[in-house]
Design a protein. Structure first.
Length: 559
């Protein structure tokens, strides 16, 4: 940083923090706005159930595949300049979505916002970290940044639901336009310019990441509508997996890789990354499923659905804060095991007890348990991934954890949304037939719903509405059972990694293949016993030597 930049930082520290918090609030607003507008967009633009998850997942997909490159671009060309560019991109994408008259334009706006979010998220944290050399001040500013993200996550759905109820779904995407203007002014006057010369862009790795992750998510989402036997789905899935393999191979050979894959050979590090991915899959997927359930199966307004969703979000934020204190007493993987087991139980409660006509207490209890349990997993998983590498790789490990969390958010809507759509479409004809409709009429209605043409201005008969709500609830239940399986697998992985980490280090020492580990209690006792005996032996030998020396001097004096 130049002297002028340092002076600006010391003179306007509050503006620097506010500018960085504005960026993260805008980024989370993009995520929460999609949750609040799903049903309204489906009715207005006639979006099929199988394609609905793209509205929520496209933004996070762009962030996931570009977030590592976004940080490198900011380091090379200037953090303030690139941060302001990312803010403008989010505003342009939001404006495009807010004026969308078609599904394609809406997705285009979401994609543009995702590019901006991939730049804003890593750069805002980097700016705060470099804004001061005082560790205490740096921690306070980062804590403020984290708190602002929590507030945005809790208030975003309520604000979006209020705007959808009072104005329309387009207004929910307009919120970021004035926020961008304020953030640009704060950044211009409160953020100094800084860069890291010499950073190179990993273009081959970026191409492989976009192709691999993008095609994989496309295949999963398409499977919810066409099934995994569809040739296009199979082709996209095969190409996507090949792209992921190519990404690993390219990054292993890159001189300056955007994703460091060599530390992933250590089980604790790889386990931490996968656990962070599973944690965000569970949380974002639950937000997506509950938004669909409340608005489509229960018929609640977007605002009422957002208020109900607080039973999931608030416990998540509270326990996510508390989990940091638990790490001072317990191993991160121990906390993660408990969190994933409890979250699987919460997902099972919502899968088995939450029906279209269940009481609000059932939904609130299941969401509170799931949210509180998932809050115990994110920070411990990230900490486990960073602890498993040396200090020289800590920054890269943190960036990798950020990318895996973002990809988990994508999988939450794509995987669980695909399972929901497939089960809903498959079960709808039977639900309609069970309600007394003729088979031909039931198939016709199910086909219209599957193709996104099942919405009309005239109200449907009560028995049809109830049958559709039951089919929706069944789809949500199946998706939650899938989530419970993923969370149980995550608990097993965390437990296995914990057992491996608790074993004594082999001949290779603390930095062996399994990464750094804490010696077991028997090992510590043996070590302390050897040290104690060696100290006592040394003292006895010194005492004997001293006694012999005194006797020798005594004889010499007598002679």
């Amino acid at each position: 940083m130049s002297a002028r930049a340092t002076a600006a930082t010391l003179r306007y520290p509050a503006l620097t923090t506010a500018a960085c918090c504005g960026g993260v609030v805008m980024s989370l607003q993009e995520t929460t706005a999609a949750m609040a507008t799903l049903r309204a967009i489906q009715d207005d633009l006639h979006v099929p159930p199988g394609a609905l998850s793209w509205i929520a997942s496209l933004y996070t997909l762009m962030v996931a595949v570009l977030v590592l490159t976004g940080g490198t671009v900011a380091e090379r060309f200037g953090r303030r300049r690139v941060y302001m560019l990312g803010t403008v991109l989010i505003a342009c994408g939001s404006l495009t979505a807010a004026t969308a008259g078609s599904y394609a334009q809406l997705l285009a706006g979401r994609a543009v916002s995702g590019v901006g979010g991939a730049v804003v998220l890593p750069t805002s944290l980097a700016i705060l970290s470099l804004s001061t050399d005082d560790p205490a001040r740096r921690m306070r500013r980062v804590s403020t940044w984290i708190t602002s993200s929590g507030v945005a996550l809790a208030c975003g759905p309520v604000l979006g639901g209020l705007l959808v109820d009072r104005v329309g779904w387009h207004a929910a995407y307009l919120v970021n336009v004035p926020l961008a203007a304020i953030t640009l002014v704060l950044t211009r006057w409160g953020v100094p310019e800084s860069r890291t010369p010499g950073r190179s862009l990993d273009l081959p790795g970026q191409v492989c990441a976009i192709a691999g992750l993008g095609l994989t998510v496309y295949a999963i989402t398409r499977a919810g509508h066409s099934g995994y036997g569809d040739p296009v789905t199979l082709t996209a899935l095969a190409l996507g997996l090949l792209g992921v393999v190519a990404l690993v191979l390219v990054e292993r050979r890159a001189a300056d890789p955007m994703l460091r894959v060599r530390p992933m050979a250590r089980l604790p590090h790889l386990a931490g990354l996968l656990l962070a991915c599973c944690a965000m899959l569970g949380f974002v997927g639950a937000c997506y499923l509950q938004s669909l359930f409340f608005q489509s199966a229960r018929g609640l307004s977007p605002l009422a659905a957002a208020v109900h969703l607080l039973a999931l979000v608030v416990p998540f934020l509270v326990t996510n804060t508390v989990s940091g204190r638990l790490l001072a007493r317990f191993h991160p993987l121990s906390v993660a095991v408990v969190g994933f087991l409890l979250s699987a139980a919460g997902a099972c409660v919502l899968a088995l007890c939450q029906t279209a006509r269940a009481s609000d207490a059932v939904s609130a209890g299941g969401m509170a348990l799931l949210g509180a349990a998932l809050g115990l997993t994110v920070t411990p998983a990230t900490t486990a991934a960073i602890m498993a590498v040396g200090p020289e790789d800590a920054s890269a490990a943190s960036s990798s954890a950020t990318a895996f969390r973002q990809f988990g958010s994508v999988l939450g809507t794509s995987v669980l949304g695909s399972v929901f759509a497939a089960r809903f479409v498959a079960g709808l004809p039977g639900a309609l037939t069970g309600a007394g409709l003729p088979s031909s009429m039931a198939e016709s209605i199910a086909r219209a719903v599957r193709d996104g043409a099942g919405h009309s201005s005239s109200p449907a008969p009560a028995r049809v509405t109830e049958a559709v709500a039951d089919a929706l609830a069944e789809g949500v239940s199946t998706a939650y059972l899938t989530a419970a399986g993923v969370l149980l697998a995550a608990a097993a992985l965390a437990g296995f990694a914990l057992l491996r980490a608790s074993r004594p280090s082999g001949p290779s020492g603390p930095s062996g293949p399994s990464g750094p580990s804490r010696p077991s209690r028997p090992t510590l006792k043996k070590r302390h016993s050897r040290e104690r005996h060696s100290v006592l032996g040394h003292a006895l030998r010194s005492r004997r030597a001293g006694g012999s020396a005194r006797r020798g001097r005594h004889r010499a004096g007598a002679a």
